[in-house]
Ligand binder design. Structure first.
Ligand SMILES: Cc1ncc(COP(=O)(O)O)c(C=O)c1O
Length: 383
């Protein structure tokens, strides 16, 4: 079976440094908030061009810390796309607040700035005060934060960039980390920059918010350990994970270049077969996923099964819109319905994607997809 992602090839490249870094942590024994944590925060802040990086225990906790920093209160509404991973929307109800689901653009898969007004109207009809927007850089491409930011400024809203998938990308040459008021990312192992467990980070230029999040990730700590000046949580990045990220960050730029090459080769191979992902002119992508749109009406399950039979794994991100998941069905939806989101959920298929995918294997994947689509077509005509 072709690997969907290939962490083993990556590990082989940096294994010596990982072994060395982990041995250093085992020797000094500072497993919580050890020197590696502060060191990786400094490196990540520099990479993102942000003043502060607040590392934490996951991308989900990064979003919660960011919402605490924005002072989100129970009952307030936050606009979020419905075509995303659960965490982008889940963090609002966790804090007693309300996700208001909005539509995405059919080509970039990201929040459609033109629909934000409808989201505000849907919230108003439900008597909910919108205070902010969480945009998501889905599959690695940042959302259009120029347009989202302009809408936010007009309406007095803040913007959080959920960059769990898009760390390393940019918009108009501005790196992810500076596109929203706060930027959150995840170091889940499968992410473009992943550790070997859970991890995440928030980026900001705001000194007060940075201090608040540093306090909140350690139980609302004050100047000393047992001084608790606010309600917080346990949301620290483990020293071991920081040590692993240090080795991974060394090769991250090179891996981003390789991911772009993989995406370019896919585009050349698949452009006539399916709808391939499109980058906005201003965007670069970290290519967390390579997601194609199958032809309308295609039997996706059958295509995925046929590809599996040819040793090509696929995945569906995401089969069900968030606003149709049972715990979220009662939250407001822009325009009452999200047809683009529903269409994407029915048609998307993600192909193997990682920096170590070579041309012959990509040709094999493209052949399997072509065969699966043709077989499916034949089966339909026969039926
Ligand atoms: C868009 C998005 N937001 C948030 C998260 C949450 O990150 P984590 O799994 O590290 O909590 C993820 C990843 O899993 C994600 O893809």
């Amino acid at each position: 079976m072709i690997p969907f992602i290939d962490l083993a090839s990556q590990q082989a490249r940096i294994r010596d440094k990982i072994d060395h870094n982990l041995a250093t942590v085992l020797d000094h024994g500072a497993y919580i908030m050890g020197p590696e944590v502060l060191a990786i925060e400094a490196r990540l802040a520099k990479a993102a061009g942000a003043k502060h990086c607040i590392s934490c225990s996951s991308g989900t906790d990064a979003l919660i810390l960011a919402l605490l920093a924005q002072g989100l209160r129970p009952g307030q509404g936050v606009i979020v796309p419905s075509f995303t991973f659960a965490a982008s929307a889940e963090v609002m109800p966790v804090l007693g607040a309300i996700p208001v689901f909005s539509e995405v653009d059919p080509t970039t898969f990201n929040l459609d700035p033109a629909c934000l007004g409808e989201a505000v109207e849907a919230a108003q009809e439900a008597g909910i005060d919108i205070v902010g927007i969480i945009g998501v850089g889905l599959f690695g491409q940042p959302a259009d934060y120029a347009a989202i930011g302009a809408f936010a400024a007009e309406n007095g809203l803040w913007v959080i960039d959920d960059a769990a998938q898009s760390f390393g990308a940019s918009w108009n040459n501005v790196p992810v980390g500076q596109l929203g008021d706060l930027t959150c990312t995840s170091f889940f192992p499968a992410k473009p920059l992943g550790c070997y467990g859970d991890g995440g980070a928030v980026f900001t230029d705001d000194d007060d918010k940075a201090e608040l999040m540093r306090s909140c990730r350690i139980h609302g700590m004050g100047n000393t350990k047992y001084e608790n000046i606010r309600i917080g949580m346990t949301a620290r990045l483990d020293t071991m994970q920081a040590a692993i990220l240090d080795a991974k960050l060394d090769i991250f730029e090179d891996e981003l270049t390789r991911r772009q090459q993989v995406a370019d080769r896919y585009a050349a191979l698949l452009g006539d077969l399916v709808e391939i992902p499109v980058l906005a002119t201003a965007a670069t992508s970290s290519w967390a996923q390579y997601t194609v749109k199958l032809p309308k009406g295609a039997d996706r399950d059958q295509i995925a099964a046929a590809m599996q039979a040819h040793d090509v794994p696929t995945a569906i991100y995401y089969p069900v819109p968030m606003h149709q998941q049972p715990p979220y069905r009662h939250f407001p939806v822009a325009g009452g319905d999200l047809p683009v989101t529903s269409d994407l959920c029915a048609r998307v298929l993600a192909l193997p994607m990682h920096p170590y995918l070579d041309a012959p294997v990509q040709a094999q994947i493209a052949d399997a997809l072509a065969m699966a689509i043709t077989q499916e077509g034949v089966a339909k005509i026969e039926a």
